[in-house]
Write a protein that binds this ligand. Structure first.
Ligand SMILES: NC(=O)c1ccc[n+]([C@@H]2O[C@H](COP(=O)([O-])OP(=O)(O)OC[C@H]3O[C@@H](n4cnc5c(N)ncnc54)[C@H](OP(=O)(O)O)[C@@H]3O)[C@@H](O)[C@H]2O)c1
Length: 331
């Protein structure tokens, strides 16, 4: 039997998120239809997952539609789960008149984006909303007011950022503090064995200073940390998808794939596999509120949830061996 899921406070907020959560980037609509999504959401929920991550831009709104339809089928009481969405790129991108609705965090875009997401998710509120990237062209003050106003309207409960610099996060927090607005409570950064510096160095002071929580993404570096790319791009994998061609060099990086091969040995000694080890490693960082998993198949999700069993086995000695292999290769 797997150890029980633990719950952690999302930064300084009172909200408790499951240490492992589940997201829908790339997968929903493209690889995972409503039926498969329903099965995976149910499996995650049964394992104790309470947080499901989404974004307006995923499959240009279709990912929210799939998740919304799946929630409807599952019929869970709304207070039992946490759902997020994120705004920045916009989904109405083509015509000249949409210039205010793409690659922006301006008030006009944000105030309508939330309504579109709620409609597609078939919900009257989401729990978490994120500014999906920083927008250098909109004053941070305007964005902070808009995110806070969305919360005041009851359409979302907490807000945060994704891939903002430490300075931008601190500036947003200070503006909210000054004007008694809702403050950003969490960041969503990439964090995995090959991508560490932002979480471990750049944000280091923010955890205590402003109580920043982290919902981290791409725990397996898009599948690299499963070992599946050691001898090329397997058919049916993310790397084989036409629109993911830009990722192929990263996935096939020889030095990183060699390190993954060596990590497999450590994982086997601990009674798990390399994907579970990579997820457990993230989970062992107390700054991480929740590790957002990705899966295109139910079996992958079940496999990855096995990381819970490995987490307590990551002793300082094991962590040092992992560091020796991966730290020199990490961004
Ligand atoms: N805020 C942001 O900017 C941002 C960016 C990216 C992601 N995210 C969030 O983070 C979530 C997770 O990111 P991610 O999907 O990139 O996570 P990931 O764990 O790095 O990659 C997941 C992919 O790896 C493959 N995989 C997963 N488990 C496997 C296993 N046990 N064996 C073999 N292959 C396996 C699957 O792809 P294939 O089967 O197709 O190969 C799966 O879709 C997203 O869904 C999203 O919610 C946020």
């Amino acid at each position: 039997m797997e150890p029980a899921m633990q719950y952690r406070r999302l930064g300084r907020s009172g909200l408790q998120v499951s240490e492992l959560s589940l997201g829908s980037w790339i997968t929903y609509h493209n690889q995972v239809d409503t039926q498969a999504a329903t099965e995976m959401l149910a499996a995650a929920y049964d394992a104790g997952v309470n947080f499901f991550d989404n974004a307006e831009v995923y499959a240009l709104g279709k990912s929210e539609e799939v998740m919304g339809a799946a929630f409807k089928k599952l019929g869970w009481a709304r207070h039992r789960y946490i759902v997020s969405t994120k705004f920045f790129w916009g989904i109405d991108r083509d015509a000249a008149h949409t210039t205010n609705f793409k690659d922006t965090l301006n008030r006009k875009y944000l105030m309508q984006a939330i309504d579109g997401s709620l409609k597609r998710l078939q919900l009257d509120h989401v729990d978490l909303i994120y500014c999906h990237r920083p927008d250098p062209h909109t004053p941070i003050e305007e964005t902070v007011w808009a995110m806070s106003d969305i919360i005041r309207q009851g359409k979302a409960l907490y807000w945060g950022t994704s891939e903002w610099s430490a300075d931008e996060i601190r500036a947003a927090w200070a503006i909210a503090e000054r004007h008694h607005l809702h403050k950003p409570v969490m960041e969503q950064p990439q964090y995995n064995l090959f991508h560490r510096k932002r979480v471990e160095q750049e944000y280091a002071r923010l955890y205590e200073d402003i109580g920043l929580g982290l919902t981290t993404w791409s725990p397996l570096a898009s599948g690299l940390l499963t070992g599946k790319y050691k001898s090329g791009i397997p058919e049916g994998s993310r790397g084989a998808m036409e629109n993911m061609a830009w990722m192929r060099d990263q996935l096939q990086d020889p030095a990183r794939n060699k390190a993954v091969g060596e990590l497999e040995g450590i994982a086997a000694e601990l009674g798990g596999n390399v994907a579970q080890l990579a997820i457990a490693w993230i989970n062992s960082n107390p700054r991480v509120s929740t590790v957002i998993l990705g899966a295109s198949k139910l079996a992958q999700l079940q496999d990855n949830l096995g990381a819970l069993a490995l987490t307590p086995k990551l002793t300082p000695e094991v962590l040092a061996r992992i560091d020796a292999l991966c730290k020199p290769l990490a961004a």
